[in-house]
Design a protein around this ligand. Structure first.
Ligand SMILES: Nc1ncnc2c1ncn2[C@@H]1O[C@H](COP(=O)(O)OP(=O)(O)O)[C@@H](O)[C@H]1O
Ligand SMILES: [Mg+2]
Length: 251
């Protein structure tokens, strides 16, 4: 099995507050990893550690190693800009740019030097199709993205990440503000996308992890309590904390 990330003895601090505690596990390629756990458990911090987004927070400090395709992403000569291109991110609140649907998608590719109109057109159709949005917007690509519904905006944000042709997609509670139909479309898109990408999905909805994840990791107060096949985690977890959380006893 091809391993995308090796996480080794990872500790993470905000000032003196240790928010990730000695995390060790591996994330295989071409799967959906669901990350569950109550609020404040370190899920977002963990996700942002994978593409060094936390570097932007003052007072943050990391110990241990994260290897991406075998390379230590925190080594001093690692190319962070290239990393963030290879490891794209979708946030909880969709934030389209105040421009057309088309321009939203081509914004990133243009910045990274793609200017050929035909190539951009292909990228737009391909990304929107993969994000399960193409059919709904193909006749109005030049209209403002701000006019899309919340669920459509979130799929647009996914399409924007796909247009950068990453290898890994990080999603932080991408469906938290969405209705069930929009949520189902995102879930269908992710299930299709894992053939080509590695997907890491933080979700506040354990049922969502049970539905779409191949592997599930349960974080609690900065500890990785348990990680394994989603079927096993949800039917016969090894730890009582996991069982209590997935059965809704807390969270
Ligand atoms: N930028 C930050 N500065 C200081 N503390 C932070 C920052 N971001 C998160 N934290 C703290 O880190 C811990 C983990 O937060 P987070 O990763 O957001 O958890 P989750 O996503 O599971 O809700 C919390 O105690 C939170 O208050
Ligand atoms: Mg969070």
């Amino acid at each position: 099995m091809n391993i995308k990330f090796h996480i080794q003895d990872l500790n993470f601090y905000f000032n003196n507050n240790k928010v990730l505690k000695l995390i060790n596990f591996e994330i295989p390629a071409n799967i959906i990893l669901g990350i569950i756990g109550p609020s404040g458990s370190g899920k977002t911090t963990f996700l942002r550690a994978l593409n060094r987004m936390n570097d932007l927070e003052s007072g943050s400090r990391i110990e241990g190693q994260i290897l991406f395709d075998g390379e230590d992403i925190y080594s001093s000569d690692y190319d962070v800009v290239a990393l963030r291109k290879r490891v794209g991110m979708v946030f909880a609140m969709p934030v389209p740019l105040p421009m057309s649907i088309y321009d939203n998608i081509v914004y990133g590719p243009r910045l990274s030097g793609v200017n050929d109109k035909k190539r951009l057109d292909v990228l737009v159709e391909k990304s929107l199709t993969a994000a399960y949005l193409w059919d709904e917007v193909k006749d109005r690509l030049k209209t403002s993205a701000m006019r899309l519904s919340g669920g459509q905006q979130q799929r647009l944000c996914l399409a924007r990440v796909l247009a950068m042709e990453p290898e890994v997609i990080l999603l932080d509670e991408p469906c938290s503000g969405l209705d069930p139909i929009s949520t189902a479309k995102i879930e269908d898109a992710l299930t299709e996308l894992k053939k080509e990408y590695t997907i890491i999905l933080v979700t506040n909805n354990t049922k969502q992890a049970a539905r779409v994840s191949d592997y599930t990791a349960f974080f609690l107060m900065g500890d990785l309590i348990e990680v394994g096949n989603t079927g096993q985690i949800f039917t016969s977890p090894n730890k009582t904390e996991t069982n209590d959380y997935i059965t809704g006893r807390f969270g």
